[in-house]
Design a protein around this ligand. Structure first.
Ligand code: NDP
Length: 280
């Protein structure tokens, strides 16, 4: 499952859709605090792809020494600005800053990361809203590669509010209809649990923890985990061992990462429509 290719398809489709709508200025704003290297790379990529999709973007950068009040002031200003349709606060914030209080300032209709309390509440309640990008990217990969999900057994390894938990909810939703097991570090017999699954999503952040033993022949295996090693980025899946037996598999890098960005842009279009921008 090629995440780079699907991301390019999604970006091109959004660009065409915006042109057809008369190129309204759809604006994604990012907030970056501190000097975390990977976060800078992620944010730069998001802006580059937003431009390719025909969007306007805005960037607010604060030093790692910024106070809670300074961060909150910037986010509140973006929240109040009608020309800004999506707000992404790049996480994690530097130690000492209260993420929850910052996220609370993002209105649900601008919450393109889908991580605020109200967006998560909408997801749980099955109400229309913005859904976290990485889990949504996994769903888009399953759809695009026509991996059957209805009635199938899916195991999500990792229960964070960023990835695992919302993904479990999305997989269990009506329309996707998987039977979901949410595994974590206390799960007994993880090998046995994963081997039962038609779909295994690894989101634990443990390099190459999913081996051939975990995978039933023909299963779909989706790698979300990112570990930085001396030899480069490594996923949670031992790709070389699992690829010969899997029915579908994502590479790392080149799988779920690009889809996270694609879904951020998809969410920004949805956010703009929720705020009354006329996009068919
Ligand atoms: P967290 O550290 O918040 O959560 C990790 C989860 O994995 C926890 O629920 C933990 O269990 C579980 N876990 C850890 N070790 C094991 C193990 N040995 N067996 C089973 N479960 C285990 O991480 P995130 O959810 O934020 O991120 C997960 C990974 O995804 C990271 O590598 C991150 O870098 C990556 N990521 C990738 C993205 C992408 O676009 N591809 C986007 C976002 C994140 P417990 O709760 O019991 O501690």
């Amino acid at each position: 499952m090629d995440g780079n290719q699907l991301r390019d398809e999604v970006v091109a489709a959004i660009a065409a859709r915006l042109v057809a709508a008369g190129s309204p200025p759809v604006c994604l704003a990012t907030v970056l605090v501190g000097d975390d290297g990977p976060s800078h790379v992620y944010v730069r990529n998001k802006h580059r792809k937003a431009a390719e999709a025909g969007m306007v973007s805005r960037h607010v950068e604060l030093p790692g020494s910024a106070t809670q009040a300074e961060v909150e002031t910037e986010v509140a200003a973006l929240a109040a600005d009608p020309s800004v349709h999506g707000i992404l606060v790049q996480l994690p914030l530097p130690a000492g800053l209260d993420e929850e209080r910052v996220l609370d300032l993002v209105p649900p209709e601008k919450d393109v990361d889908g991580l605020t309390e109200r967006s998560m509440g909408r997801l749980v309640r099955g109400r229309p809203g913005l859904v976290p990008c990485t889990p949504l990217g996994v769903i888009r990969l399953l759809e695009r590669y026509e991996v059957p999900t209805s009635g199938k057994r899916a195991v999500v390894v990792g229960r964070s509010t960023l990835v695992g938990l919302p993904l479990a909810l999305l997989l269990a939703r009506k329309g996707v209809d998987a039977t979901v097991t949410l595994a974590h570090s206390r799960t007994a017999d993880l090998v046995g649990v994963c081997r039962e699954a038609d779909i295994v999503v690894a989101a634990a952040g443990q390099a190459r923890m999913i081996t051939a033993d975990h995978v039933r022949p023909g299963a779909a295996v989706i790698d979300v985990g990112i570990s930085r090693t001396e030899t480069g980025i490594v996923g949670d899946v031992d790709f070389a061992a699992v690829e010969p037996i899997a029915g579908w598999i994502t590479p790392m890098p080149g799988g779920t990462g690009p889809m996270t960005i694609a879904c951020l842009l998809e969410n920004t279009v949805t956010a703009a429509r929720m705020q009354g921008v006329d996009i068919p």
